[in-house]
Design a protein around this ligand. Structure first.
Ligand code: TYD
Length: 205
């Protein structure tokens, strides 16, 4: 059996990675692929701990310790979910992965150290970066939080999201990184899904 393909969706908070993961997975299934949908922080015990400490109300965790939690969660996620699914020939579609740590944790920690602690995480076959202006993304996040709660997480401020948008823009255009595609996330849900699907076709799916 041939190995599956590993696709990561990335972008600032409110860029649409979660909704688009579902829509893209459906579109790929419609083409006969078997797709595992997953996310980071993962649903495993380390991922749950990271998510808990991201809430504004949680006792603040040292940012280096948080970076290590994300990195540990990632290796556990790769070993227990991602790698077995790829070995079984499935497409793995994750809402956030390695580039999230490079962008987010590099605001708090030395960027090279963030790369070092994540060095064992395999690079995806395709990284799709959804670009949405920080003002629009924060509007979406605030509306969602009002509907569903809970309260905002530590990175969900306009100033930090502006910084993150710049960090993602730079990473997305770094020619030394393989198979990264920038997608305009401001269009209709359907238009964005179509653009994501086209990028998947470009790697032979
Ligand atoms: P997110 O997927 O946006 O969760 P939610 O569905 O609750 O909005 O991820 C939660 C936060 O975690 C988000 O602000 C990004 C941050 N994050 C990091 O800082 N580093 C990482 O490595 C990952 C995976 C997420």
């Amino acid at each position: 059996m041939s190995r599956g393909r590993f696709i990561a969706l990335e972008g600032i908070d409110g860029s649409g990675t979660t909704s688009q993961r579902g829509a893209l997975a459906e579109a790929l299934r419609g083409r006969g692929h078997v797709v595992l949908e997953t996310n980071e922080p993962s649903s495993g015990s380390i991922g749950r701990l990271a998510r808990e400490r991201l809430a504004h109300s949680a006792k603040p965790l040292d940012r280096g310790a948080l970076a290590l939690l994300f990195a540990a969660d990632r290796l556990d996620h790769v070993a227990t979910e991602i790698e077995p699914a790829l070995a079984a020939g499935r497409i793995v579609l994750t809402d956030r992965y390695l580039m999230s740590s490079w962008a987010y944790q590099s605001m708090d920690c030395e960027p090279q150290w963030v790369r070092t602690i994540n060095a064992r995480a395999p690079w995806p076959d395709l990284t799709l970066v959804l670009e949405v202006p920080a003002t629009e993304a924060m509007r979406r996040v605030s509306a969602r939080r009002q509907r569903q709660g809970p309260q905002l997480e530590i990175y969900e401020t306009l100033a930090l999201q502006e910084r993150l948008a710049r960090a993602y823009a730079e990473l997305a255009r770094d020619r030394s990184l393989a198979n990264v595609t920038v997608i305009d996330g401001t269009g209709s849900m359907e238009r964005v899904t179509e653009a994501l699907l086209e990028a998947c076709e470009a790697i032979g799916l």
